[in-house]
Ligand binder design. Structure first.
Ligand code: DQA
Length: 153
C-alpha cells in the first residue's frame, strides 16, 4: 500500500520561513515522522516537494495514473502552498487521477489575506485541514490509515 505526500512552492523553507506563521518544524522532520508512522502499518509514504508547478503535475500524473498499478498510490495528502490559490493545473491533475486527496495548510488561510481564502482544490478534496500547523499532516495521515486501511487508532 502506498500514499503520496505533496508539498508545493516554498515549503522546502519550512522552519526558516516566517516561523511565526508556519512554525519551526522543518519539512524533513514532518516527512520523517509521517513516513515512520505509515511504515508501522506497512504503508509506504512517498514524499515530494517542488517549487515548480509542472513538476508537481508530473508527479501527480505518475503516482496517480501513469505508473504500474503496484506503484500507484491509494490516496494523496497535499499542501500546494501558493499554488492553492492559482493552479487550475494542479486541480485538473488531481481530478485526472481519480485518487482521493486531503488538502492541508499549516496556517489558517481563512484568517489571512483575502487572496488566500479561495482554493482551486477544496471543493474536490475529501477534506481540508488548516490552521493546525504540522499536526494537520498527521491528522490527514490518520484519516487515510483509518479510512483506507481500517487501522485501529
Ligand atoms: C500555506 C498557505 C498558503 O496561502 C501559502 O501561500 C503557503 C503555505 C500553508 O500551509 O499555510 O505557502 O499553504
Amino acid at each position: 500500500h502506498k500514499l503520496l505526500l505533496i508539498n508545493g512552492v516554498n515549503l522546502n523553507l519550512l522552519g526558516k520561513r516566517e516561523p511565526e506563521i508556519y512554525g519551526h518544524t522543518t519539512l524533513v522532520d514532518i516527512e520523517k515522522r509521517l513516513i515512520a508512522r505509515a511504515a508501522e502499518y506497512g504503508i509506504e509514504l512517498i514524499c515530494i516537494q517542488s517549487n515548480h508547478e509542472g513538476q508537481l503535475v508530473d508527479e501527480i500524473q505518475h503516482y496517480g495514473l501513469l505508473a504500474n498499478a503496484t506503484e500507484q498510490v491509494d490516496a494523496i495528502i497535499i499542501n500546494p502552498a501558493a499554488f492553492t490559490h492559482t493552479s487550475v493545473a494542479l486541480r485538473d491533475a488531481l481530478l485526472a487521477t481519480q485518487k482521493p486527496f486531503i488538502e492541508v495548510h499549516l496556517s489558517n488561510v481563512h484568517a489571512r489575506e483575502p487572496f488566500r481564502h479561495h482554493s482551486y482544490l477544496s471543493n474536490v478534496a475529501v477534506g481540508v485541514i488548516c490552521g493546525l500547523g504540522h499536526l494537520g499532516y498527521q491528522m490527514a495521515l490518520t484519516y487515510w490509515l483509518d479510512n483506507l486501511y481500517s487501522v485501529d487508532m
